[in-house]
Design a protein around this ligand. Structure first.
Ligand code: DC
Length: 247
């Protein structure tokens, strides 16, 4: 098991700054899309192929919903939920290339996947102060180096400046089939409606994103397509004259 702590990873960029060099800005691959569009599987495959750290931002929203349920905080009350953000003790770490949000030193890996948490999470994710806290925490993940980050608002709110934006989609019928195969019965049409109609950071295709429809494709086919596009863009970057871009 390889563990990278935030303090160790950020000391490298501090050393670069001390040496008078501007630290190289980590590359962020943003992968957005609706539930069961194949984001997690593809983001993991892409991260592994590139050797980048993988960040599941949905897990962070789920962690907050889980914590509220655990501590009797009413998720229908935005004030009660935002009060949690002031008192819970969180930390980021990176284990085997997977960035995790820990609460009081604990990573609730299984607990955040229950139907109760799935029902509560859209409520907490709709609260603007929660989104601001999450965006700040997600941006802090660059301390672990280059990232593949998946979610709903990565290319629009978290890293709108990245050149590597992908929007994964699949037909509702196929996404419903995938969820059923995972043993997670869920009304995806209702979840899509909630995620795309909420006022704060609704799900949408980010400007400049490559839209990938994974219907009828295996994860290997879809991730190969995404990887080919990333490599094409990385090569184009490498061919630019020095000083052509900031950072
Ligand atoms: O991807 P998921 O099902 O684990 O996401 C859980 C919830 O969090 C879902 O309702 C959408 C929300 N979410 C969000 O609003 N923004 C993100 N970047 C990631 C997830």
């Amino acid at each position: 098991m390889t563990r990278v702590t935030a303090a160790v990873a950020s000391s490298a960029s501090r050393a670069e700054s001390r040496a008078g060099r501007s630290p190289t800005r980590p590359i962020v691959i943003a992968i957005d899309g609706p539930s069961a569009s194949g984001k997690s599987t593809n983001a993991r495959l892409v991260a592994r192929a590139l050797g980048y750290a993988y960040v599941d931002t949905g897990a962070m929203y789920r962690t907050l919903a889980w914590y509220c349920l655990q501590h009797g905080v009413d998720v229908h009350h935005p004030r009660a939920v935002t009060a949690v953000l002031r008192r819970w003790k969180t930390r980021l770490d990176c284990v085997d290339g997977h960035v995790r949000l820990l609460v009081n030193g604990y990573y609730p890996e299984k607990e955040i996947r229950t139907p109760e948490v799935s029902a509560a999470v859209p409520l907490v994710a709709a609260i603007p102060k929660v989104r601001a806290w999450m965006v700040k925490t997600q941006r802090a993940c660059v301390r672990f180096g280059n990232l593949v980050m998946e979610g709903r608002d990565i290319g629009t709110q978290v890293f709108p400046e990245t050149e590597f934006k992908f929007y994964l989609d699949a037909s509702l019928a196929e996404r419903t089939r995938r969820r059923q195969a995972d043993g997670i019965p869920e009304d995806l049409a209702q979840r899509d409606h909630r995620d795309s109609q909420r006022k704060a950071a609704p799900l949408m295709v980010p400007l400049g994103a490559m839209v990938v429809n994974s219907s009828g494709q295996t994860p290997e086919q879809t991730s190969a397509l995404i990887l080919a596009e990333i490599r094409r863009r990385l090569e184009a970057r490498a061919a630019e004259p020095p000083g052509a871009r900031p950072g």
